[in-house]
Write a protein that binds this ligand. Structure first.
Ligand SMILES: [Mg+2]
Length: 276
């Protein structure tokens, strides 16, 4: 039995991964993305061709994303350039509007938030193609957890010179910052998303297609649903073959509907806010 808190609602928030969770892995977006990452490693980072596929997979497994792994190994590249290369050429036309999922999401009384490792532009593109751009109150993406460095010091639009010591310190800080990418499945990233969105993990359901993300989502205190599988994995409370089966598998999402209906009717329509 769930503890009933102040609001009385069993669940207040639904936290959704996006890629391969809101649409199926079989669509081929994931595969196309991996090919683009491998091409970037080959052409922009000059990694040996025979090493690329193995390295791509191993870094993904070790660090959560291949990008995070490349940075940890010391490869230097611009985050935006990387994202533009690997996502900019994806076959987005494979993603079609999903009115069934849209209606399901809009009928859920809870706050709905996207939590993706992908960048803001990719999240906007995917949600728009699926016809879901107005179904979420918030988007936690790469830029949210890895904000660009602040400019050095800017007074009236000009950079102020720093003493040599301060410049050295900053260089060291910047280089250590650049190598550490905060992303799922790290517990730190999941806890950061919980903190930023200010949700109560005990009243939040987390949907993700990644076994590792689900395991650490559970460790962070969230209710968990593995998507894209019909059997449970460690840390998962539920398993959903498709996100379309959500009403059958989790009818409790709609159990608070009566209590919240009035609140929803009174709420103005809000645009999805991207935290970047
Ligand atoms: Mg995913």
């Amino acid at each position: 039995m769930e503890a009933v808190g102040d609001s009385g609602a069993k669940y207040e928030c639904l936290l959704f991964d996006m890629d391969d969770t809101l649409y199926p892995l079989s669509l081929g977006i994931n595969l196309a993305c991996r090919k683009n990452i491998e091409e970037y490693m080959l052409h922009h980072l000059q990694i040996e061709e025979t090493e690329v596929p193995r390295m791509c997979l191993e870094l993904y497994k070790e660090y959560g994303t291949t990008m995070a792994g490349l940075k940890a190994l010391g490869y230097e590249f611009d985050n935006d350039e990387f994202h533009a290369y690997v996502h900019g050429r994806l076959p987005y036309e494979l993603l079609k509007p999903d009115p069934l999922l849209r209606n399901l999401l809009l009928s859920m009384p809870q706050q709905k938030i996207i939590f993706t490792n992908a960048d803001e532009a990719h999240a906007a593109q995917v949600l728009s193609r699926l016809g879901l751009e107005d179904c979420f109150q918030d988007v936690i993406c790469f830029e949210t957890l890895n904000p660009p460095m602040e400019p050095v010091k800017c007074i009236n639009g000009t950079y102020e010179e720093e003493p040599q010591d301060a410049t050295e310190t900053r260089k060291n800080e910047e280089s250590s910052f650049k190598t550490k990418i905060l992303c799922k499945p790290s517990l730190e990233a999941i806890e950061a998303a919980i903190r930023i969105t200010n949700v109560d993990p005990k009243k939040t359901i987390f949907f993700d297609d990644s076994v590792r993300n689900i395991a650490n989502g559970k460790a962070a205190g969230l209710h968990t649903v593995i998507v894209g599988r019909s059997t449970l994995v460690p840390g998962a409370d539920h398993a959903l073959n498709s996100i379309h089966n959500i009403r059958e598998a989790l009818p409790e999402i709609w159990e608070d509907e009566g209590e919240h209906l009035e609140q929803i009717i009174q709420s103005p329509v809000v645009e999805t806010v991207v935290r970047a």
